[in-house]
Design a protein around this ligand. Structure first.
Ligand SMILES: NC(=O)c1ccc[n+]([C@@H]2O[C@H](COP(=O)([O-])OP(=O)(O)OC[C@H]3O[C@@H](n4cnc5c(N)ncnc54)[C@H](OP(=O)(O)O)[C@@H]3O)[C@@H](O)[C@H]2O)c1
Length: 240
């Protein structure tokens, strides 16, 4: 049995990944900020949970007391587009623009970098690091896309520096994925339809489909696949 840690595992893609790993017999720990949401998902799936804000160094330091002492699979999934949860910034409001960019950087980049750095001493040889990026890194989406693009650069360094221990680091980049809390009620049917129309299969993805790709990258047999970005988007963006 391997020890699997999934950040943002209380909802959406993270919860689907937790379910997949748990059903395969692994020991799974999920994290997130909302203790009640985490506890409900953990009970439903029969997994462990630890609540903390992954962008806050002090909170993460404290959480280390409760996180697994050895980690075989780290799924850096926590994040999202913070612009969808804040009032729109007026053009020219430089302080507001700075706050909005910092928020997406913290939610997506700092959560991943801090959790990975904190757990590096606990990563087993041949461990797997799978980070959830986004199609937005290729298509734009302002500070959110920029934050996810930063993760792609970080992923390469992580794969390079840990490669000698057999540890792999890869990034899964989903396109529009429904049945998550990502859109926080902000995606109109017209917006979803316009995005879906760009996909070759003319539909949105599901958390289970993204989870399957995470699971594949976490397999022991995937040890020669590292430093890559794997897109899961029905063809809405093709990597070559
Ligand atoms: N859904 C899509 O269309 C889509 C497309 C491309 C990429 N993605 C990426 O997929 C990943 C998963 O998102 P999702 O779609 O499954 O949406 P989601 O349901 O909103 O899941 C995001 C999870 O991250 C947690 N989280 C956010 N900030 C955190 C923080 N600072 N510390 C700890 N946990 C935090 C949230 O829990 P708490 O709020 O309780 O902390 C939540 O459970 C994200 O990285 C997102 O950017 C999603």
């Amino acid at each position: 049995m391997t020890s699997v840690l999934i950040t943002g595992g209380g909802t959406g893609i993270g919860a689907a990944a937790a379910e997949l790993f748990a059903k395969a017999g692994h020991h799974v720990t999920i994290t997130g900020r909302r203790a009640d949401v985490l506890a409900a998902t953990a009970e439903r799936l029969g997994v462990d949970h630890v609540a903390f804000d992954a962008a806050e160094p002090a909170a993460l330091q404290e959480a280390l007391n409760w996180l697994p002492t050895s980690v075989d699979v780290l799924v850096n999934n926590a994040g999202g587009n913070t612009d969808r949860r804040r009032p729109a910034v007026e053009p020219g409001d430089l302080a507001g623009i700075a706050d909005a960019w910092r928020a997406n950087f913290e939610a997506n980049v700092l959560t991943t970098v801090l959790v990975t750095e904190a757990l590096k001493p606990r990563l087993a040889d041949n461990a797997r690091i799978v980070t959830v990026g986004s199609i937005a890194a290729k298509l734009g989406s302002g500070s959110y896309g920029a934050a996810k693009a930063a993760l792609e650069a970080w992923n390469v360094d992580t794969a390079r520096t840990l490669g000698a221990r057999g540890i792999t680091a890869n990034l899964v980049a989903p396109g529009v994925t429904v049945d998550t809390e990502f859109f926080a009620g902000t995606a109109t049917p017209e917006w979803i339809a316009s995005r879906v129309s760009a996909a070759f299969n003319k539909r949105a993805g599901t958390p289970d489909e993204v989870a399957e790709t995470i699971f594949f990258l976490a397999r022991p047999e995937s040890g020669h696949l590292t430093g890559q970005v794997i897109h899961v988007n029905g063809g809405a963006f093709t990597a070559r």
